[in-house]
Design a protein around this ligand. Structure first.
Ligand code: BMA
Length: 381
């Protein structure tokens, strides 16, 4: 009996626990380490992310080493968000005028400093050749056997080429890839109502299989990210699962949530929204844990940050004060101009609070991180 126990113990020590396993069995060492580290860090704090922050901010564009977040706090965000919309039509710059060559450089610079990169894709409608928001039915046509399948393969190849070229020396830079987002909304051509749920699932699976098997990209972590505004909180887990392609096709249980963090006109409204925010984050935490995956708030923010203590009161405190919420990161959207921005810039009314948010030991910015692409080393400093 004792022999048996000893054997079991030895086995348990040498067979890796299920732990955090990426869907790609051949994922690179750095990618596997990043994923495991995201999980580890989600129990300790919240990584902060910003879309396009290295490329431009309010009142400036393409200044090496600059970022609105860094101007205010002294540090880059931990997570750097990018979008490759228009790569599929071979433009030099994305839909928000970020040059792709420079994007590669910023991705590499962030990686070298120990930051994390995530890429979304506002891909044009392959049938109408108009924007992501053009609802001309297309999903059926781009799937295998469809009339636009060959054209779509070309688009996917162009995206794969971009991802493949995210390199630092000969090392592929791990990327959290977040295609086909907010699919439970009806605003994108791949969204609800513009294709069937089954077609969406086929599209997701086809994309992942093509990138990892046909194109042999092994530095991607796949994030699924429905939109909170189209979830039914009376039936939250089930409604989250709309379009879910299965546990073999998703690494990050993500959520885009602007709905619960918008402007509140009364304390009652604020309380109501906060309760919903907490609930939905608890749900993605639970789902991620049941599935041995990682949860993330893949997009959030309040346009214009009209609530000057938004970062503390709306975002951080509800998350920090509940051990039932464990997220790896929260990424706010881009700083396009004085009206459309989500991170404070110098002298913004929300910047004092943002500094407090940065100084809170629970939040993790790039300057707080170390060894994020390695295993078994301290992750924070
Ligand atoms: C939206 C807005 C748009 C932008 C798009 C893709 O939320 O910020 O201005 O083009 O995202 O980044």
């Amino acid at each position: 009996m004792r022999m048996l126990t000893t054997c079991c113990l030895l086995l348990a020590m040498f067979i890796p626990s299920r732990g955090q396993r990426l869907i790609d069995n051949e994922a690179t060492t750095e990618t596997r380490a990043l994923y495991q580290n995201l999980k580890t860090l989600s129990a300790q704090g919240l990584l902060f992310g910003h879309q396009d922050g290295d490329a431009y901010g309010v009142g400036w564009r393409a200044k090496k080493g600059r970022s609105d977040v860094k101007d205010v706090t002294g540090s880059f965000p931990a997570v750097h968000g990018w979008d490759i919309g228009k790569i599929e039509v071979q433009h030099n710059a994305n839909l928000d005028s970020v040059n792709f060559r420079k994007m590669h450089r910023w991705i590499r610079d962030a990686y070298k400093r120990g930051g994390i990169n995530t890429v979304s894709w506002h891909i044009e409608n392959p049938v109408s050749k108009k924007s992501s928001w053009d609802k001309t039915p297309a999903v059926k046509d781009i799937l295998p056997g469809g009339s636009a399948h060959t054209y779509f393969l070309r688009q996917l190849d162009l995206a794969a080429d971009f991802l493949n070229a995210c390199k630092s020396g000969s090392t592929k830079i791990p990327i959290i890839f977040r295609p086909w987002h907010e699919h439970n909304g009806d605003w994108f051509w791949w969204g609800k109502g513009n294709c069937s749920e089954e077609e969406y699932i086929q599209l997701w699976k086809f994309t992942v299989d093509y990138l990892r098997h046909t194109r042999k990209l092994h530095h991607l972590i796949y994030a699924f990210s429905p939109d909170r505004s189209r979830m039914d909180l009376n039936n939250a887990k089930e409604s989250y699962a709309y379009g879910y392609p299965g546990d073999d096709y998703v690494d990050v249980i993500g959520l885009d949530n602007y709905r619960d963090v918008g402007v509140s006109k009364s304390p009652e409204e604020f309380e109501f929204k906060t309760a919903n925010f907490v609930q939905v984050l608890e749900v993605i935490t639970q789902l991620a844990e049941e599935k041995h995956k990682v949860a993330a708030l893949t997009e959030t923010g309040q346009e214009g940050i009209l609530h000057p203590t938004w970062y503390s009161d709306v975002l951080l405190n509800p998350i920090k004060s509940r051990s039932t919420i464990r997220l790896s990161y929260a990424l706010v959207w881009r700083n396009a101009n004085m009206k459309h921005h989500y991170a404070p810039y110098t002298n913004h009314p929300a910047s004092a609070d943002f500094i407090a948010f940065y100084n809170d030991p629970f939040t993790l910015f790039e300057s707080n991180l170390q060894h994020i692409y390695q295993s078994g080393k301290p992750l924070t400093k």
